[in-house]
Design a protein around this ligand. Structure first.
Ligand code: UDP
Length: 248
C-alpha cells in the first residue's frame, strides 16, 4: 500500500468523502503524524450529511476536512445506489481505536475534549489503562461558552498533544476544529461524536454481530428508543439517494 497515494473524492449530496479503505485511511493518518501542520479528520454519517444538506456553512466546513471518511452504512448504501464508488464503512470509533493503538506503540500524546462533565476524565483513565504507553496529556468536557474557546485552545496548545479528539457532536466539533485548525499545535484533530461516552463506559457499542451486518443503528434504537426521531433521518436519506439515482 502506498502511504502517499492521493485519494479519489466522492460527493454525497455535496459532502465530500475520500474513497479509501479503512487501512488506506489509517495510512493517511500515519502520514499526517509526520507533517508539521494540523490535519483534520471528519467522519460524517447519513444524519450529518442531511444536516449539511440544509446548512451550506456546515457543508463547506465538512468539505474543508483533510480526511473525510464514511462513518455509517447509510452513506455506503447511498454511494452504491448512485454507483459512486464508496464500498467500505470506516467507522470513526474504530479509526479512533486504531489511532490509540498507534499512539501506544509510538509513545505519542493525546488530548480528549468533549462530553458531559466527568466523561472525558473517565475515558482518559480507561484509555490510559488499555494503552499504557501513550500519554493522555489533557482532557476537558465539551460544555462551554463561545468566549471560553480561546482559553480552551491555549490549554490544548500548552500541552501540545500529537492527536486531539474533539467529541462535541456534529456540527459543533467540525466547526470548532475548522475555526481553530490553523492555530492548533497538534498533528491531527479528529471529530469523534459520542466516542468518549463509549470509552467512559456511559454508552455501549453494539455487539460485533450487529456491527458486521450493518445494523448497529438498529441495536442503538432498541436500547435507546428516544433516538427514533434522529433515526428517521436514515430512511429519508435513503429515499433521497434513490430519487437522486433516477432523477439527477
Ligand atoms: N456534547 C458536548 N458538548 C455539546 C454538545 C454535545 O460535549 O455542547 C457531547 C455529548 O455529551 C456527547 C457528544 O457530544 O458525548 C455527541 O454525542 P452524539 O451521540 O450526538 O454524537 P454522534 O451521534 O454525532 O456521534
Amino acid at each position: 500500500m502506498e502511504s502517499n497515494q492521493e485519494s479519489r473524492i466522492v460527493k454525497i449530496f455535496g459532502v465530500k468523502f475520500d474513497q479509501l479503505t479503512f487501512d488506506e485511511a489509517y495510512a493517511k493518518f500515519v502520514q499526517y503524524m509526520a507533517d508539521d501542520t494540523t490535519q483534520s479528520i471528519f467522519t460524517p454519517n447519513s444524519e450529518i450529511v442531511m444536516k449539511a444538506d440544509e446548512d451550506s456553512e456546515f457543508k463547506a466546513v465538512l468539505n474543508s476536512g483533510d480526511l473525510v471518511i464514511p462513518d455509517g452504512i447509510g452513506v455506503i448504501l447511498a454511494s452504491k445506489i448512485n454507483g459512486l464508488g464508496l464500498t467500505e464503512r470506516v467507522p470513526g470509533i474504530e479509526m479512533m481505536g486504531r489511532i490509540l493503538e498507534y499512539c501506544n506503540l509510538a509513545g505519542k500524546s493525546i488530548y480528549l475534549f468533549g462530553g458531559k462533565p466527568g466523561v472525558a476524565e473517565i475515558a482518559a483513565e480507561n484509555i490510559q489503562k488499555s494503552f499504557p504507553n501513550l500519554k493522555v496529556v489533557g482532557y476537558r468536557d465539551g460544555y462551554f461558552e463561545a468566549k471560553e474557546s480561546p482559553k480552551i485552545l491555549d490549554a490544548i496548545n500548552e500541552v501540545k498533544p500529537d492527536v486531539l479528539f474533539v467529541a462535541l457532536g456534529a456540527p459543533k466539533q467540525e466547526l470548532w476544529i475548522h475555526k481553530n485548525q490553523k492555530l492548533l499545535n497538534t498533528k491531527v484533530a479528529m471529530g469523534v461524536g459520542g466516542a468518549l461516552d463509549v470509552y467512559a463506559g456511559v454508552v455501549k457499542r453494539a455487539p460485533a454481530v450487529f456491527r458486521k451486518i450493518g445494523l448497529e443503528w438498529f441495536y442503538r434504537l432498541i436500547i435507546q428508543p428516544s433516538r427514533i426521531g434522529r433515526m428517521m433521518v436514515l430512511p429519508k436519506f435513503l429515499i433521497k439517494a434513490i430519487l437522486a439515482r433516477f432523477f439527477n
